[in-house]
Each structure stands twice: as C-alpha cells, then as structure tokens.
Design a protein around this ligand. Structure first.
Ligand code: ADP
Ligand code: MG
Length: 225
C-alpha cells in the first residue's frame, strides 16, 4: 500500500513537471513567432521565403513539444489493439531521415502476427524516444537492429545499437527527469518512455557496455486475436 501511494505521488509530480516544461518552452516559441510574423508583413520577395520557412519550423517545434509531453495526461490517446509490425513500419518511416543523416542503418525483423493493447501514438512516442537515443549514440557506420517475438503470453521487442554504450552510472539514472549527457539533450525522452510503458503494463530493461553498444528489451502482455 505504501509503495502504491509513493508511486502515484511520484507520477503526479512528473505530470506537473511536464506541464510546466511545456509551458516554459512554448512561450518563447510563440513570442518569436509573433516577431517573425510582424517582419514578414513588412518585408518582400526573397526575405518572405525565409521568414515563412522560419515560421513553419517554429510551428513544427511547437508540435513536437506537444507530442513529446502528451503523457502529462495518461488517460489521453485511444487504446486499441495494435499490430506491432505496423507500428514499427510507421516508426521506421518517421526516423529514416534522422538515421540517414547519421550515416547509420536500421533493420526491422518483426513477425506480422504480434498484437498488444495500447494507444498507437503513445506506443510510437515511447519507441521513437528509445530509437532516437540509439541513433544519436551511433558513430559513422552504425547499425540498429530491431526485432520482436511472442513469448509465453508476452510480446518482447528488442532494440540493439552498436553505438557508444553507457557506463553503469549512466544506466542507473535512465528515466530521471532532465538527466542528459548531450549538449542539446532534454533529458525527458526516457522519462516519457518509461511512463508510457508503465501505463501499458509493460516492462523495459537496458543492457549496455561502454564502447560496444546498448540493447533495450521491452515487453508487453500479448493479445490473441
Ligand atoms: P536525452 O536524449 O535528451 O539526453 P534521454 O532521456 O532520451 O535524454 O536519455 C538520457 C541519457 O541516456 C542520454 O543523454 C544518454 O547519455 C543515455 N542513453 C540513452 N540511450 C542510449 C543509447 N542507446 N546509447 C547510449 N546512451 C544512451
Ligand atoms: Mg533522448
């Protein structure tokens, strides 16, 4: 009972934190957008093009923040039966430009008959955050392997990279709000992922060796259809 109480208090704190982060980041974006809008009304020809591009990028950034922090309301996002392979086809499509930019390669081997219950957007959010970290950990000709199988009432999903890997001290702190080792990191990605997986009654574990790579194992209760 005690444990449960502590847990829900912790979740409430995380939700509040997320809402305040979203608020803080959206404000300067909106102010900048307002200034650009004013400029675009006064300027002409080629400047217009750049200003419009800047406005589009700002709108996109605001959208990403909104998506990133939707977990602040865990009840949002319609729960359906998800086909794991179909979800990963979407995820791969979203991440492909980023992988190409890093000079890496993704391979996906997932059978077409694996199903779980959950919200499609949250599922994608959770795995995009995991795989983005793998992509960011790659150096040059990196490889990310994604595979999955059914196992005794569970669906197990694996994401393995041959990136920089982590020291045990880093592993122990994964999911902590604002814990990041990147110059442009938010330190919110895995916090979001852990929360989503928890709501979906799943499990996540990391195995990593510094200089070798990282393997993430995520499991969910499977659905037979
Ligand atoms: P961010 O990516 O913004 O830093 P995350 O919560 O996504 O925040 O990740 C926290 C930290 O965990 C990262 O800064 C990185 O040091 C470490 N990490 C997570 N996944 C990996 C991985 N696949 N390989 C190496 N380091 C990782
Ligand atoms: Mg991240």
């Amino acid at each position: 009972f005690n444990n449960e109480l502590q847990r829900s208090e912790k979740m409430e704190i995380i939700s509040e934190l997320a809402a305040s982060v979203a608020h803080e980041v959206r404000n300067p974006l909106q102010v900048t957008r307002g200034f650009l809008q004013l400029l675009s009304e006064k300027n002409s020809s080629s400047n217009q093009l750049y200003l419009n591009m800047a406005l589009d990028e700002l709108d996109r950034a605001a959208l990403i923040i909104t998506d990133f922090l939707t977990f602040a309301k865990p009840e949002a996002g319609k729960v359906t039966t998800l086909n794991v392979l179909e979800e990963f086809i979407h995820i791969e499509g979203i991440l492909m430009p980023l992988v190409n930019l890093q000079g890496g390669k993704i391979t996906v081997h997932i059978p077409s008959d694996l199903h779980i219950r959950g919200s499609s957007s949250k599922f994608k959010q959770a795995f995009i955050n995991i795989i983005k970290n793998s992509i960011e950990a790659l150096d040059g000709e990196g490889e990310i392997d994604i595979w999955a199988h059914g196992d005794d009432g569970k669906v197990c999903i694996y994401i393995k990279d041959n990136g920089e890997g982590m020291e045990p001290e880093v592993l122990a702190r994964l999911g902590e709000p604002y814990f990041s080792n990147k110059t442009k990191g938010t330190g919110l990605g895995l916090m979001v992922t852990f929360r989503i997986i928890e709501v979906m009654q799943g499990n996540i574990s990391f195995t990593s060796t510094k200089g070798v790579g990282t393997e993430v194992c995520v499991s969910f209760p499977s659905v037979i259809i």
